[in-house]
Design a protein around this ligand. Structure first.
Ligand code: ARG
Length: 388
């Protein structure tokens, strides 16, 4: 390996493409270490750490982040998440360093502990748990489902669904593996963990104390509670890879708190999810004979009121879309004062109800750079489906 990297690399975050004899980790690793030392003035001069990292890559083919680098990297990955409206609090992300773990049993137990810490009795805390990275010849573990908590979806012989159609495939897989799922509409799926070297995941039922759920009722309509709708408190994405300084952490589940519309305007409302607008409209006695009566819109607003009301009643953190939009613009302003752009994906940032009522609708954003790192990346390198 060339020695000139020690002092000669220009002070920029995207280094020149790797030379033919250069290890592919060198460029991203050096860029990350420099960014770390640039943003954290207390961290001092980058040069000694750069030399150390280069030597470690040369010796072992990889390198280990310090716990401080890991925490910084995970927080900046959140800050770089162009689809996330909730980034104001990126500095407060709790980073759990679990890099010594890759066994299915240990990973599952720590995912459960993640949920307990994140739930925090209803005062939701943003948390990421970082398990073993992919290393040369030694991959890390992986979580197969899209979130730590998800409801099962069973397709019926007549083509209808019991539960969440979004999880049809993972539900079928869990059953193949021997999970005995019943036929309930809100049944929590087991966690599927594949440990390094294993051909199949193992499944683990979530302990009761890990899954706080909120029954949905309405502030005015008593019949609403009888619809039997509910949702879980903690959205914890488990199928994205955390990439920091060229190192990939394939199991790094992270959570924030819910914004009401994710549940009220998507999970419970979408025609290909729980599809509840017709039922709600019927109970409201709305005229559904024509789209022009806006019965869908009216039912949607009441469903969203119910979701916000219910989480509030249950003492579980949840943001409404007006407040979260305000916070996001504050985040952009705060970042701008620090000289940083806030790349954002308009189509994900604007909420799925009342878009034009929120300030995030009425502007454009800094363009998204798919090469920005650190980052949470879709596992397959394919962009995730819109609106998840
Ligand atoms: N939209 C997803 C869901 O409804 C969760 C995505 C992450 N959301 C969040 N508030 N951190 O389950």
């Amino acid at each position: 390996m060339a020695h000139h990297h020690d002092v000669q690399l220009p002070e920029q975050q995207q280094p020149a493409p790797a030379g033919p004899d250069e290890h592919p980790l060198v460029g991203p690793a050096v860029a990350f270490v420099r960014q770390y030392h640039q943003e954290l003035p207390g961290a001092g001069d980058a040069a000694p750490r750069v030399r150390e990292v280069l030597a470690e890559i040369e010796r072992t083919g990889s390198y280990r982040h310090t716990p401080q680098e890991l925490a910084f990297g995970a927080r900046v990955a959140w800050r770089n998440a162009a689809r996330c409206i909730g980034r104001l609090y990126w500095r407060s992300l709790v980073v759990r360093d679990l890099r010594h773990l890759s066994g299915a049993e240990e990973v599952a137990q720590e995912c459960f502990e993640h949920l307990r810490l994140a739930t925090n009795g209803g005062r939701i805390r943003p948390v990421v748990s970082v398990f073993a990275p992919d290393a040369p010849g030694s991959p890390g573990p992986r979580l197969e489902g899209p979130q730590l908590i998800r409801y099962a979806g069973h397709r019926q012989p007549d083509g209808s669904w019991i539960g969440d159609p979004a999880t049809g495939e993972i539900t079928a897989w869990a059953r193949e593996l021997g999970w005995k799922g019943g036929q309930e509409p809100f049944e929590v799926l087991p966690l599927l963990v594949t440990e390094p070297g294993a051909r199949q995941p193992r499944w683990f039922e979530l302990p009761e104390d890990t899954t706080l759920e909120v029954p949905i009722s309405h502030p005015e309509y008593g019949w609403f509670a009888e619809l039997g709708l509910r949702w879980y408190a903690v959205p914890a994405i488990s199928d994205m890879v955390l990439e920091i300084g060229g190192v990939r952490y394939p199991a790094a589940p992270f959570n924030g708190w819910y914004m009401g519309t994710e549940i009220g305007a998507r999970n419970l409302a979408d025609a290909d999810r729980y599809d509840q607008l017709g039922v709600v409209a019927e109970h409201l006695g709305l005229d559904t004979s024509s789209e022009r009566t806006l019965w869908r819109d009216r039912a949607l607003v009441e469903l969203n009121r119910a979701v916000l009301h219910s989480f509030q009643e249950a003492g579980v953190t949840m943001a409404d879309h007006h407040t979260e939009s305000d916070r996001f613009l504050r985040h952009i302003a705060q970042e701008a004062r620090l000289g940083r752009p806030t790349p954002a994906d308009w189509s994900w940032i604007v909420p799925p109800v009342s878009g034009g009522l929120t300030p995030v609708y009425h502007r454009y954003y800094d363009p998204v750079d798919p090469a920005a790192r650190p980052a949470f990346l879709p596992r397959q390198g394919l962009p995730a489906a819109a609106g998840d």
